[in-house]
Design a protein around this ligand. Structure first.
Ligand code: ZN
Length: 500
């Protein structure tokens, strides 16, 4: 067997191991009784180790060398060339960090996470300060293993948003913040819309049915997916023919399940849309955290919270919930689901303020890594930024610096920027789709989504990891990532909504 075939066979086996891991993890988050936790943790660790060993095996490096030696020059843009580029990249990344460091990091992370689970309810930042210092050291050490990074955060940003760097993101976020702070101030001076109908009683089964109906109308293929209940909603790819979504229902809050279903359907349609020929290779997945988030946000916010969609969905919701929606017009619905409020908690934030929560975390990460901010001063720096940017101050660390798990279960850097990069990209993709098909907004008011879904399928989904984030943005929109469409979208939508 030639080297390329041998390599592909190995990659296919690793993809199957990863599919088995995803299946066990999905079960753990949906149906597994608590008693199964210990054995499941062991099984997942074992399969994870096997997949890692199969991939970091020196034989993989020898196959790659041999393909190069045999004059394995494949035409640029061919499937083989893309595959080899991505496998070489992943292989280098997986093998350059010493195993002892990985072991030390994992041991530290699980201890740090354990401390955080106790520190947050106790509202005691002091309990995690030491371990956070250590996390910061490890983050620097990790960056040291990545050649050619200009900023220590670049090593970690590259893990989730390959090709993006602090140098690119910082000015983009500064521009976004400069646009958002005055917009949020102006909105805050206006009366808030009435949202009381959203918290009437909505039976769970009817909520799940209507959410799934919308996901399918958008383009989610139920023959290759399903929906189940969980605590923290997610979408997961088990394989090309099986991409699942999960949701959480509250009978006293219509928004919770409905919009998280549209969000996860966006992630899942991306995975379902990856070309079948990429199955069994590392190319068969969404290309970066930011591009993935752009697909969930596009369907959840740009489509799901649009005036046109309200026109289409409110009559349908009135059939599903005749009493609860009796007095709800498309206009009332549109205003209520786009309510902006300055909150302390990132995960509860609306479309506009969400980005400030992300930018605050991103900036603080950089200050920590650059040595401009000491860990002990972090809680105060957090409060100060919330006061300045959002005009609210957390009364304690529980709803302040301790609210997110990210810094307490992994390294510092790279964990947050993807959310806002996704928002920025979502508007750029949508603008390009509408430029190609000006009838898209009108079609949405009729509940027709095939043109938009088809455009995304061709321009974004199908390529999987063959195009990285920068390349897929250029391919789909004809230019590099830019903030202008997103700022224009927010400004036009919310200044009209709030008449400010
Ligand atoms: Zn998401």
């Amino acid at each position: 067997m030639d080297a390329l075939s041998a390599l592909r066979q190995r990659l296919a086996a690793i993809a199957d191991l990863n599919g088995a891991i995803a299946t066990l993890a999905w079960d753990q988050e949906t149906y597994m009784p608590p008693g199964g936790a210990e054995a499941r943790g062991r099984q997942l660790a074992l399969l994870g180790r096997m997949a890692h060993e199969q991939f970091t095996d020196p034989q993989v490096g020898r196959w790659l060398e041999q393909i190069e030696r045999d004059g394995g020059t494949f035409a640029a843009g061919s499937l083989e060339a893309d595959l080899l580029r991505v496998v070489r990249h992943d292989y280098q990344r997986a093998t350059r960090v010493p195993a002892e460091f990985v072991a030390a990091m994992m041991e530290h992370s699980s201890a740090a996470y354990d401390r955080w689970t106790r520190a947050r309810p106790a509202n005691a930042f002091a309990m995690v300060a030491d371990s956070l210092e250590r996390t910061l050291e490890l983050s620097h050490q990790y960056a040291g293993y990545t050649p050619g990074v200009a900023h220590p955060a670049d090593a970690l940003i590259g893990e989730s948003d390959e090709g993006m760097t602090v140098a690119q993101i910082r000015p983009l976020f500064a521009e976004l913040r400069a646009g958002l702070v005055p917009l949020i101030e102006a909105i805050g001076a206006r009366p808030a819309p009435d949202t009381t109908f959203l918290t009437r009683h909505y039976p769970a089964a009817a909520q799940l049915a209507v959410g799934m109906e919308c996901a399918v109308a958008f383009g989610y293929d139920p023959q290759r997916g399903r929906q189940d209940l969980t605590h923290h909603p997610f979408a997961t790819r088990l394989n090309h023919g099986d991409v699942r979504i999960t949701t959480r229902v509250r009978e006293d809050d219509f928004s919770e399940a409905f919009f998280s279903t549209l969000h996860e359907a966006g992630h899942a349609m991306y995975e379902q849309g990856v070309a079948a020929e990429l199955e069994g290779t590392p190319l068969a997945s969404g290309t970066s955290a930011g591009v993935h988030e752009s697909q969930s946000r596009l369907w959840e916010n740009i489509v799901g919270r649009s005036r046109g969609f309200a026109e289409h969905i409110v009559p349908r919701l009135r059939t599903a919930f005749p009493q609860q929606f009796a007095d709800v017009t498309p206009d009332i619905f549109y205003r209520a689901v786009n309510r902006v409020s300055r909150s302390l908690i990132r995960t509860d934030a609306d479309e506009v303020t969400y980005n400030l929560h992300v930018i605050i975390r991103f900036d603080l990460e950089l200050e920590l890594l650059e040595g401009r901010l000491a860990v002990r001063d972090l809680p105060e720096a957090w409060r100060e930024r919330y006061r300045r940017d959002l005009g609210v101050v957390p009364p304690d660390d529980r709803d302040g610096v301790l609210q997110d798990v990210h810094w307490f279960a992994g390294l510092i850097g790279g964990a947050f920027q993807g959310y806002t990069l996704g928002n920025i990209m979502s508007a750029q993709f949508y603008r390009a789709a509408c430029a190609a098909h000006p009838d898209i907004p009108e079609a949405i008011t009729r509940g027709e989504f095939a043109t938009l879904h088809g455009w995304l399928q061709r321009m974004v989904y199908a390529h999987g990891r063959r195009l990285d984030a920068d390349a897929v943005v250029r391919h789909a929109t004809g230019g590099p990532l830019t903030i202008a469409p997103y700022l224009a979208y927010l400004d036009a939508k919310y200044r009209a909504l709030y008449q400010c």
